[in-house]
Design a protein around this ligand. Sequence first.
Ligand SMILES: Cc1cc2nc3c(=O)[nH]c(=O)nc-3n(C[C@H](O)[C@H](O)[C@H](O)COP(=O)(O)OP(=O)(O)OC[C@H]3O[C@@H](n4cnc5c(N)ncnc54)[C@H](O)[C@@H]3O)c2cc1C
Length: 313
Amino acid sequence: MTINQTLQKDLVQALAVLAGDTPARLRFSEPMDRHTSFRIGGLADAFFEPASIQEIDQALSFCKRHQIPCTIIGNGSNLLVSDLGIRGLVLAVGDSLSGIERQDNTLLVMAGTRLAALAAFAARQELTGLEFASGIPGTLGGAIQMNAGAYDGCMQDVVRQTQYLDEDLNCRYMTGEEHQFSYRHSVFSDRSTVILRAHLELNPGTYAAITARINDLAERRRQSQPLELPSAGSVFKRPPGFYAGKLISDCQLKGLCIGDAQVSEKHAGFIVNRGAATARDVRRLIEHIQAVVSAQTGVRLEPEIKCIGDWPA
Ligand SMILES: Cc1cc2nc3c(=O)[nH]c(=O)nc-3n(C[C@H](O)[C@H](O)[C@H](O)COP(=O)(O)OP(=O)(O)OC[C@H]3O[C@@H](n4cnc5c(N)ncnc54)[C@H](O)[C@@H]3O)c2cc1C
């Protein structure tokens, strides 16, 4: 069901009960290219940035009641949003729902907190274990959902407990192995749940050593990744025994363009938006890469980025 004008009014009212400034955080016909690191995406029928768990609950209950589809996003850094946009409500768990508290060596972190801010906070607190996350441009919620990782670390190493809303909007907790973390996957990857906050366990370290490590990793990223152009990071998961970027490069696909979408010259595992790329351009480039790599090497590349929204049949 799309959100007609009556439903728009009802939704504004339902959310305004909770916070006086709700309309500013609730917008209609919102361009999704403002909310993705690719700078690509059509209009979302409605877009809401909740500032409390109660607001998430309220928004999701409304959608359930009116059979409106709801899409959860974080910082949009692992997403390809269709040019046709997203029907229903987009719930963006981001800056409005961020915050960090320390209890001994554990950090209690809200899902919308950005990983860079989190890693910087941990460094100031002289807690080590989150340096790997400092250059990943996502939120805690998005990172737990897909067990984001870089260099020698991933979320699995630090997440001890996660609070989330299940499919029936019950608030629940997941602990330790229940997360079923594996490479770029967690139990949340297969479920329509909303991650709300998490307990991360770190170890004592020194500010100097932690920041030295963060600076070193940032420099390695600057050297190897096309950070100057919009992208969604590595497009494909690492196939067992191979590196996606090397396979793509070996197939002479570096620099290949479809429209304004280009296989990065700097890192063939990235597709970059050279200015006016459409989601269709990116999707066609992904399919072309998959076909060429499969034909030349026999390896099937599986996308890491998530395609969301309304795609043409
Ligand atoms: C330049 C660049 C470098 C990158 N480097 C890395 C890297 O080194 N390692 C890596 O793993 N990734 C990397 N990424 C990809 C991306 O930053 C991560 O996947 C990140 O974890 C996505 O978080 P997000 O908040 O942006 O989530 P989004 O992209 O908004 O969403 C991703 C998925 O998470 C879900 N989600 C988001 N928030 C929640 C929530 N609160 N509850 C439930 N589900 C939620 C969404 O529904 C969606 O399925 C990179 C991206 C860029 C642009």
